[in-house]
Design a protein around this ligand. Sequence first.
Ligand code: FMN
Length: 192
Amino acid sequence: MELINAIKARRSVRKYTDRQIPRADLEKIIEAGTYASNAGGGQRSMIVGIHNADMVEKLGRMNMAKLDRSRLIGSYVSKEQPSVIDDPSIKSGFYGAPSLCIVFAQKNFMFGIPDAFCCAETMLMEAFDLGISSCIVSRAEETFDSGIGAALLKEWGVPENYIARCFVTLGYCDGEYPKAKPRRAGRSKIIE
Ligand SMILES: Cc1cc2nc3c(=O)[nH]c(=O)nc-3n(C[C@H](O)[C@H](O)[C@H](O)COP(=O)(O)O)c2cc1C
């Protein structure tokens, strides 16, 4: 598919089937993340892939537990695929995805957050190319802000000066694949 068509067709998916993605595809998606544009060419972001649906569910519940509903602005995200913002009955911030990537950045690096999200977006596009659905999820820092969270990071060998900045859920879309909302007008300009 021509890249512009893939960019237009990719959507965030918030409902997944139980089918696990192949490990080889997860490896490709992670590899794509390591090729994302990154500040100063420093290649500082780190990615931990979780290829274990039970572990993703546990992490998704830890993520949801950190959602402060009082800070939500209230507008719905997607009619076809409700998010935690729209549907209080959703228990996991990862929507039942069987795989997950966690993107880490150095704690004290000023471009750590943009680096992590560039990495995440690149992984979304590679996943889409492989026929795998995905969604960026935030609240990464808070998700691991507990004794259980710290213990997991230690177990995975995440260096102490690294902090989780975002997640990418991965799996196969359950139901109709979401359609793009019309683009808001007036968001760009070209100056000759
Ligand atoms: C910085 C950022 C944070 C996001 N955080 C979440 C999140 O916590 N939960 C979620 O379901 N989607 C999250 N998303 C996905 C957006 O909601 C989604 O990209 C947006 O609604 C547009 O939909 P589309 O990706 O289908 O075009 C996030 C996206 C970005 C770029």
